[in-house]
Design a protein around this ligand. Structure first.
Ligand code: GDP
Ligand code: K
Ligand code: MG
Length: 256
């Protein structure tokens, strides 16, 4: 297609729609997602020599299926597979926002992290080291404020750059889980009906005992590693923030 498709993904209330408005201006319309009453916002952005089709996804905390909003967001990522995903997070509550980011990184590449509400964070005495975050995550990171306009140009620039080159990263789980993922991936690769899916992502979901994926894959590993996988993500987030996030009023680990 002549458009680069972009999904804005993030927790509720982090500023997705505000960024969407900043990127698309008046070039947008509202429809409904098929079969549900969740609003679907679609807009267009022209930047550099490219046209971008931007989707403002419903707010979600995980890539699970526990709510209609979550399912809409997850199905869009899985089945429509946009060219580019911008994960929008709230600089004031960065730790909370990062769990979803890791799930997206397990699923796919071409991801940008937008740390939004940076204006509010500065007022609250919070420092975010964009370079450290980017180095640890292996993806572009932009500090934005949909309120003051800070970082919007950099975000567009990062989108343009990825739409031209593309990147792919996976962060790694502990060895015993990676071994299970590898084993499951080998069996999943043999199933021709799953050829359009990322077998690594399917394997992680099987180990998390995701009902929908167990049914889809026709494999039940019979074990539940959801806790180990969640713990691995939290550990990764702690390490990440140790080097990149400073809150003058509290330590980053005093989360809530
Ligand atoms: P969404 O639920 O992720 O789509 O978030 P919204 O775009 O609706 O924004 C949620 C609230 O945060 C609104 O009150 C916005 O005005 C506010 N907000 C969004 N972005 C920023 C920002 O960069 N800075 C500040 N200070 N407030 C913001
Ligand atoms: K907010
Ligand atoms: Mg919104």
């Amino acid at each position: 297609s002549k458009y680069t498709s972009v999904a804005l993904l993030g927790n509720p209330n982090v500023g997705k729609t505000s960024l969407f408005n900043a990127l698309t201006g008046a070039r947008q319309y509202v429809a409904n997602w098929p079969g549900v009453t969740v609003e679907k916002r679609v807009g267009t952005m022209f930047y550099g020599d490219r046209a971008f089709r931007i989707i403002d996804l419903p707010g979600t905390y995980t890539l699970g299926v526990t709510s209609v909003d979550e399912k809409v967001a997850r199905d869009y990522l899985l089945y429509e597979s946009p060219d580019l995903v911008v994960v929008v997070t709230d600089a004031v509550n960065l730790e909370r926002s990062l769990y979803l980011l890791l799930q997206v990184l397990e699923l796919r590449g071409n991801v940008i992290l937008a740390v939004n509400s940076i204006d509010e964070a500065k007022k609250a005495g919070i420092k975010v080291d964009r370079r450290e975050l980017s180095k640890h995550l292996g993806i572009p990171v932009v500090l934005t404020s949909a309120f003051t306009g800070e970082g919007i140009e950099e975000l567009k620039e990062a989108m343009l750059k990825i739409s031209r080159s593309g990147i792919h990263v996976h962060y790694l789980f502990p060895k015993h889980i990676e071994e299970l993922i590898l084993k499951l991936s080998e069996s999943l690769k043999l199933k021709s009906e799953l050829r359009n899916f990322d077998v690594r992502w399917l394997s992680i979901k099987l180990l998390e005992r995701d009902k929908e994926i167990i049914e889809l894959a026709g494999i039940d590993p019979g074990v539940d590693y959801s806790e180990d996988i969640a713990n691995a993500r939290y550990k990764f987030i702690k390490e990440l923030l140790k080097d990149s996030y400073r809150d003058s009023k509290k330590h980053y680990w005093d989360f809530n």
